[in-house]
Design a protein around this ligand. Structure first.
Ligand code: HEC
Ligand code: HEC
Length: 318
């Protein structure tokens, strides 16, 4: 008798679950498929990679598998497509200015290289979306080929040297009261010039060179491998210069473009992931951003490094 009742109960539970499962299939937020207005023009091998790995979420050519169509998985997919297309849509590529296109491609390459894209949850169910090393090389070669072509430019080298002297003279620690301040209250920190460089990179999409400096606390933490999280007091400065070629054909730094800071204070900056963010655009060191929440732009691009305290750079270990 008792076990008979249990059986009925079990059956009822299963029926309720089945009905609920069927029921939720009717709640289907629509995936809007807009027309393809101006698709990216890229060599066919590049396009094939993007189509295979990215188009489901970053184009108007979403091609869902049957298992993507089943709620609740469907809800997640629909949400990814909506958010993914907002930031990057290869089917409306023509709407972007060429320099923005190049910057987006560079960002896309970085996201792939850091294994943040395609989304891991997607890769699990769509193994064909995973990029091989060869795919990554093809994309890198393509993005590199878009970089502005450069010729030796001696006039720029000497102009730059003059500018550097001016910038150095303009903002020294002694003139601190007049330091430019960003809208979130963070001031320009001239001291980075005496910090140790911890890494440098070339950005191939727009011909800039960048050096990342760390203050003493950052260098000590790097040595002691206490970098996740970085200790309070850590400061990074990332400086970008135009890249130029001198008369000997050497690639060297040109005009100073900007300096960006990340200042670690897990209490003071709790609302911005424990970091104070600021960017100053040269040559006047103008604070970047229209409102104090310009930092959300910084955070969203640094998000692939969430598990690494939002820091991209792994210090060169001595
Ligand atoms: C399953 C869906 C999905 C796939 C597949 C996918 N992405 Fe994304 N992508 C997203 C979502 C969602 C976001 C928004 C993330 C956020 O806002 O946190 C995003 C954001 C991005 C961004 C940042 C866009 C911006 O500026 O806001 C880039 C770049 C990017 N993806 C590149 C790629 C590339 C390249 C591929 C293919 C190798 C790819 N993604 C595949 C879902 C996807
Ligand atoms: C388009 C994506 C993107 C945006 C937006 C962005 N960053 Fe970054 N940032 C990077 C990448 C990638 C690196 C790694 C170094 C490199 O490749 O230049 C980096 C590195 C840094 C570093 C050196 C420490 C580290 O993480 O390696 C600082 C400091 C920094 N960014 C500050 C900022 C600030 C401040 C903002 C907002 C005003 C900002 N970033 C916005 C992509 C971005």
């Amino acid at each position: 008798m008792n076990s008979f009742l249990k059986k009925i109960k079990m059956k009822n539970i299963l029926i309720v679950m089945l009905v609920a499962f069927i029921g939720i299939q009717f709640y289907r937020p629509e995936i809007v498929q807009k027309p393809i207005t101006g698709e990216i023009h890229a060599p066919s091998d590049v396009r094939a990679i993007l189509q295979r790995s990215c188009f489901d979420c970053h184009s108007n050519q979403t091609d869902l598998k049957w298992f993507d169509q089943i709620a609740p998985a469907y809800w997640l997919v629909a949400d990814h497509i909506k958010k993914g297309k907002k930031g990057l849509n290869f089917s409306q590529w023509d709407q972007l200015a060429p320099s923005v296109q190049n910057a987006k491609l560079w960002e896309a390459f970085n996201q792939i290289n850091l294994e943040a894209m395609p989304l891991k949850s997607y890769e699990l169910l769509h193994p064909e979306a995973k990029l091989s090393e060869n795919d990554i090389r093809i994309l890198k070669n393509y993005v590199t080929s878009l970089a502005p072509k450069q010729k030796p430019d001696t006039a720029k080298v000497s102009a730059y040297n003059k500018q550097l002297q001016q910038v150095n003279a303009m903002h020294t620690t002694a003139s601190r009261p007049s330091l430019p301040t960003a809208l979130n209250g963070i001031s320009y920190i001239p001291d980075y010039k005496s910090w140790k460089p911890i890494s440098s990179t070339e950005r191939f999409d727009n011909g800039t060179m960048r050096i990342i400096f760390g203050n003493d606390i950052a260098i000590k933490a790097a040595k002691e491998h206490t970098t996740n999280p970085w200790p309070d007091g850590t400061i990074f400065a990332k400086v970008a210069w135009e890249q130029i070629i001198d008369s000997d054909g050497n690639i060297t730094t040109g005009a100073f473009k900007q300096v960006e800071y990340m200042i670690k204070d897990s209490k003071k900056f709790v609302s911005t992931k424990g970091w104070g963010w600021a960017r100053f655009l040269s040559p006047k060191l103008e604070p970047y951003g229209k409102a104090a929440d310009f930092t959300s732009e910084c955070i969203s691009c640094h998000r692939p490094m969430e598990d690494n305290d939002f820091v991209f750079t792994s210090p060169i270990n001595h």
